[in-house]
Design a binder for this molecule. Structure first.
Ligand code: ATP
Ligand code: MG
Length: 392
């Protein structure tokens, strides 16, 4: 008898070859999530099931918590996992399990057996009846209710047998690694970590680019972004974080372009530089935390002008979210507390009092011509001096 966890996952659209890939990546992400957890584990996938088997003493709550961070998992069922040593042994295990898990024996239950191995001597109905009887003998205060049981006792008979009664919801989505790679523009704010989380949830591997502007932005502002990257990597897996020194480009824009266009021009250069690293890393798109109308640089007109600077598609998973909804997700994934730390970000320093809210592309492009003499060198230098940090 062993303590284990049965992982359930959505199976729609993962037939054939895809299913194999899906399960492989799922196992890899499970192993990654368990790295920081006390104990030894073995992840196995017998017959289209994924089990995490504990090979030592473990803390069930800690393991469950780690598994709720694995995209692709729809539910986690802590279970008893055992070899088939005959029906009497099974019945004993079930009786002991119910004793351990439910100290108060005052509930209604139903046994839901599934015999996937046809040479087992009892069929599913017979297992239900026989186990039900053993439980009622052991705990006469229990009652059977086949329509609305308070406790559903699942018994799956395969090569081995597993037994569980509770399921904890997983995050859903698809395992990271099943859907290509994207470059997240990660700032120290609330939105972009959530945006990265949401794209990773669809199975996309994430790398990140952060623009800082020393000495206008502090070392602590950078550390904050590193911390946010670490926090989302608990879900997304390991990632590269490219830290780009953006000071000279920002100063040049400040010096040579109309001040009400600063933010939008700056955002366009961020896109271009992030795209450079995206292509280097083999990423297929950019990801930002923008949502329509949140600030002047996120009106439909501004987004159009920003988009135009990139050739890769720009994914904005928060596009229709209100701030409150974004905050809600950031609290759930544990980035909120870090995001609200006060350190200045580069956008907050070079901002105009009255930024354009309806920029015209032609006009912005014309303003950018003022940078002609310097921008190629500054752009090359920003890329050459990048600091790449590996986050796990
Ligand atoms: P967030 O949107 O993450 O809360 P913010 O509100 O400071 O940060 P915005 O001005 O809303 O940033 O910027 C919109 C998006 O542009 C961000 O979600 C992020 O994807 C990107 N971005 C802004 N500043 C930076 C930066 N310094 N480094 C990398 N990306 C940035
Ligand atoms: Mg924002």
């Amino acid at each position: 008898m062993k303590q284990a966890f049965l992982l359930k996952y959505g199976e729609i659209g993962i037939k054939g070859k895809n299913r194999h890939l899906f399960e492989e990546k799922l196992v890899r992400q499970v192993e990654y999530a368990l790295r920081g957890v006390e104990g030894q584990f073995r992840v196995t996938r017998p017959q289209g099931r994924v089990f995490v088997e504990a090979e030592s003493e473990i803390d069930e709550r800690e393991v469950t918590e780690a598994l709720t961070r694995v995209f692709g998992v729809t539910a986690i069922a802590p279970c008893v996992y055992m070899d088939d040593t005959g029906f009497d042994d099974l019945a004993k295990e079930v009786v002991a399990y119910v004793d351990r898990e439910f100290p108060k024996k005052d509930f209604t239950f139903k046994v839901d057996a599934r015999r996937a191995r046809k040479n087992y001597p009892l069929n599913s109905m017979e297992i239900n009846a026989a186990i039900g009887e053993k439980l009622l003998d052991a705990y006469p205060t229990l009652k059977v209710d086949v329509h609305h049981p308070e406790v559903m006792l699942h018994i799956e008979v395969r090569d081995k047998i597993n037994l569980y009664a509770t399921e904890i919801p997983g995050p859903g989505g698809m395992p990271v690694g099943t859907n290509g790679r994207a470059m997240l523009l990660l700032s120290g704010g609330i939105d972009s970590p959530v945006a990265g989380y949401m794209v990773a949830k669809r199975g996309v591997t994430i790398d990140a680019t952060y623009f800082h502007a020393p000495p206008y932005t502090s070392e602590r502002a950078k550390q904050k972004v590193v911390d946010l990257a670490k926090q989302i990597s608990r879900y997304c897996g390991p990632m590269k974080l490219h830290v780009v020194n953006f000071t000279d480009i920002q100063l040049a824009i400040y010096e040579k372009c109309p001040h009400d266009e600063l933010t939008i021009i700056m955002r366009r250069y961020m896109m271009k530089i992030a795209e450079h690293f995206a292509k280097e890393d083999g990423a297929l798109g950019l990801v930002t935390g923008e949502s329509i109308g949140q600030v002047a640089s996120q009106t439909m007109q501004s987004l159009l002008v920003t988009d135009n600077a990139a050739t890769l598609p720009v994914y904005r998973p928060l596009i229709g979210f209100d701030k409150q909804e974004i905050v809600h997700v950031s609290e759930k994934i544990g980035t909120y507390e870090t995001s609200i730390l006060p350190y200045e970000d580069c956008c907050t320093i070079f901002v105009a009092k009255h930024p354009v809210t309806k920029p015209k592309l032609e006009r912005i492009v014309r303003s950018e011509r003022h940078l002609e003499d310097v921008i190629d060198d500054l752009y090359a230098k920003a890329i050459d001096t990048v600091e790449t940090i590996f986050i796990e």
